[in-house]
Design a protein around this ligand. Structure first.
Ligand SMILES: Cc1cc2nc3c(=O)[nH]c(=O)nc-3n(C[C@H](O)[C@H](O)[C@H](O)COP(=O)(O)OP(=O)(O)OC[C@H]3O[C@@H](n4cnc5c(N)ncnc54)[C@H](O)[C@@H]3O)c2cc1C
Length: 459
């Protein structure tokens, strides 16, 4: 059967359903095609279940620390089936909520199946073809399986398969010391597993400044997580006790044996099986779809939103992609993806909230910078909560006095960073912060102090 619509959207992740809602509200006929689970990565295998598990891990951690606060508990133990059930409930509630939203969307045709381009704006789904005047690709990504020696000879976990685990691994070896790997590392350590993080680079979360990365490493090591950086020639092999991970590091044992291995070495876009070449839609060397400022692909009338366009790797960036496209097509605006102020968080405890450029990036971009830092030991709220690990750091352009970026590694850092993000979005000078009257006692109340402490930095 051939079907024709005003708009065809591929993928019911973060951007697709919201765009479908706007387009149908504007009176357009819309087809939304989804091959697997409504809600995509964030709902089913990403943000939502991981942050639910992080919350359980935090509860375990605080229960173990309870005596420090004068609270006496019994021995703390982990009920992994209940922890997994909590995550499952959060997933299902969210997925069902999204499904109900789509079901009630007047003007939407929801199609289940794998979509593949057969012409620039025509897709095959099973035996049917679906054509749109406009096509929006929102196919997201999946865990990248690195081409390590032995990888296909051993069982391994990814973010998708570790989430439903109902038992605690004796020893979880995590290959990859970046955002996803570190969240699982701390969480599983707090659930009682022995945890080793194997990272081929010289430091964890290598995109961050060295002081941030070092502080994160210290936090994780303090909880008993083994970190093996500079791991060259990582290789996997079967072992009587699970899986042997060869690390060949400068120091320590050349091999780590884990009961379980989690591969967390990045993501790859779901563009390899989409027929993009047939449609003439260009991708970069890593398979990300090339888009212009308004997120249109190399083919007119075809847009790419979310993780698959390589312009963001977060739920909020996928959502903002939808906002950009909707504003440009329906509200007569000319929003550009380049105008987005980057922000994200790493949800270890304490979390790292990030805005804009790192100090390293600011210097590399040629900015003369001013900077201020403050340890969390000098943040009243952190002291009161007895959660004083980490520090905050503000990077300012010396000339324009605009904030270039900030890192808040500390309790509440994922929330407090929004004070910085808002100022950056408003394009106001850092001095504006000094006149804010923040609420006491909060982590945010130190942002004006930090702004007042900003000083020129020599190279
Ligand atoms: C472990 C983990 C934790 C994360 N934590 C966070 C976090 O805390 N905060 C945050 O902002 N981000 C987080 N992310 C990232 C976030 O999940 C993604 O950035 C976000 O889901 C991207 O949304 P999307 O709409 O681009 O794609 P997705 O959500 O991946 O949706 C794409 C959809 O397209 C479907 N699809 C793919 N190909 C086809 C096809 N050919 N035909 C039909 N359907 C197709 C897929 O089945 C999927 O449902 C996390 C990711 C992971 C893996």
């Amino acid at each position: 059967m051939k079907r024709r619509f005003d708009a065809v959207i591929v993928g019911a992740g973060q951007a697709g359903p919201a765009l479908a809602a706007r387009l149908t509200k504007a009176g357009q006929s819309v087809a939304l095609i989804e091959r697997h689970l409504v809600g995509g990565t964030c709902v089913n295998t990403g943000c939502k279940p991981t942050k639910t598990l992080v919350a359980s891990a935090y509860a375990a951690h605080m229960a173990r620390r309870a005596a420090e606060y004068g609270v006496i508990t019994g021995e703390v133990s982990i009920d992994m089936p209940t922890i997994a059930a909590r995550a499952r409930k959060v997933i299902l509630d969210s997925r069902h909520g999204n499904e109900a939203w789509l079901e009630g969307m007047h003007g939407l045709t929801f199609i289940r199946g794998h979509a593949r381009f057969v012409a620039p704006r025509v897709l095959a789904v099973g035996d049917d073809t679906v054509e749109g005047d406009r096509v929006f690709i929102n196919v997201g990504g999946r865990a990248r399986i690195p081409d390590l020696p032995g990888v296909h000879d051993v069982p391994y976990l990814t973010n998708s398969t570790i989430i439903p685990l109902e038992s605690v691994p004796a020893h979880l070896v995590i290959v990859g010391g970046s955002y996803i790997g570190l969240e699982f590392a701390q969480m599983y350590r707090r659930f009682g597993a022995q945890v080793t993080v194997v990272e081929q680079g010289p430091s964890l979360i290598s995109r961050e400044d060295p002081d941030v990365s070092a502080a994160v490493e210290e936090i994780l090591k303090a909880e008993g997580i083994a970190i093996r950086t500079d791991a060259c020639c990582i290789r996997l092999a079967k072992h009587g006790d699970g899986v042997s991970v060869g690390v060949d590091c400068r120091d320590g044992s050349p091999e780590v044996v884990g009961s379980h291995v989690l591969l967390a070495v990045g993501r790859r876009p779901n563009t390899d099986d989409l027929g993009l070449d047939v449609a003439g839609i260009r991708t970069d060397g890593r398979g990300y779809i090339e888009v212009d400022s308004g997120l249109q692909t190399s083919v007119e009338g075809v847009w790419a939103l979310g993780d698959c366009n390589g312009r963001g790797a977060f739920t909020h960036t996928a959502w903002n992609d939808y906002e950009i496209v909707a504003a440009n097509l329906l509200d007569g605006q000319s929003r550009r993806v380049e105008d987005r102020v980057p922000g994200y968080a790493l949800y270890i405890d304490p979390p790292l909230g990030r805005a804009g450029l790192t100090e390293t990036q600011a210097r590399a971009a040629g900015h003369a910078i001013e900077m201020a830092t403050r340890p969390m030991t000098r943040v009243g709220r952190a002291v009161e909560k007895a959660e004083t690990q980490g520090f905050m750091k503000l990077v300012v352009d010396a000339g324009s006095q605009r904030i270039l970026g900030a890192s808040i590694l500390g309790t509440g850092g994922d929330e407090a960073i929004h004070g910085i993000l808002d100022l950056m979005n408003a394009d106001q000078p850092v001095s504006m912060l000094k006149w804010a009257v923040p609420i006491h006692p909060t982590v945010s109340e130190l942002l004006p102090t930090l702004a007042g402490d900003v000083r020129p930095v020599r190279d």
